[in-house]
Design a binder for this molecule. Sequence first.
Ligand SMILES: NC(=O)c1ccc[n+]([C@@H]2O[C@H](COP(=O)([O-])OP(=O)(O)OC[C@H]3O[C@@H](n4cnc5c(N)ncnc54)[C@H](OP(=O)(O)O)[C@@H]3O)[C@@H](O)[C@H]2O)c1
Length: 261
Amino acid sequence: MDLGLTNKHALVTGASSGLGAASAMALAREGATVVINARDADRLAKAADWIEGETGNRPGIIAADIATARGLTAIEKGIRDIPIDILVSNGGGPPPGQFLEHESARWEDAARLVLDSARSLTRMVLPGMIDRGWGRLLYITSVGVLQPVDDLILSNTYRAGVTAMCKTISNNYAQHGVTANCVCPGYTATERLMGLATRRSQETGKTREDILEEFASMIPRKRVGNPEELGALVAFLAGEQAGYISGTSIPVDGGLHKSLL
Ligand SMILES: NC(=O)c1ccc[n+]([C@@H]2O[C@H](COP(=O)([O-])OP(=O)(O)OC[C@H]3O[C@@H](n4cnc5c(N)ncnc54)[C@H](OP(=O)(O)O)[C@@H]3O)[C@@H](O)[C@H]2O)c1
């Protein structure tokens, strides 16, 4: 299937590893011209090497922190002359923990990382999309939006905000050819998941491998996901054929969440 992404420009944040890198790769494989962002310039350059090696096209890179005003300004400057057609808003996850474990500063940091970044990135690209009558806004959230994860209160809370923002943007702007959707990963084999497994292992005294097996046993598919499986959905939602899909939150979770919709 030709997704019609040749000649489209994509910005993918949080894209030096994991789900962001897989999304950028999937878009680049479909012919999109990609700009990738993350904080660490060396890791970002390695991700660019990887994408160039697979596709022959070197992505643009912007090393910047999406949780800071300075980082967002750097991204805005970096894409000033690029008509971004596709935004994949992604980044690191806030620290795990329950309500009483987090002081106010942690909540503020999480809000900046998850919700404020998504809002600011959208503000940078949406007017151009409306002018051109075509756009794809994609927010990587979490299956925690469908069914909150007990020790991820910061993530649960602010990703719910991103979901509400996405749905409202869809209501307001889909008429201009701009679709807005959330992609909700379940347990997926990335650095972040390994970090969560290590934390649980330290808390429980079990090995990290045992913890990963426990994750897998909860999932109807009986394994954790691969980042490429999420990247494939991102590319599809970015494509022409997905032009009538808007305002949704689609899980890529091996059947993990228990709700009907
Ligand atoms: N993997 C899962 O099982 C899973 C499940 C549900 C939800 N999620 C969510 O999906 C998102 C991606 O997860 P992942 O598993 O792919 O994580 P990951 O492997 O840790 O990758 C995170 C990426 O984001 C970048 N990043 C982190 N903080 C950033 C910041 N402030 N500004 C710019 N870039 C930043 C990282 O690079 P730098 O560190 O160099 O900046 C890296 O490229 C996270 O928000 C996570 O919570 C993941």
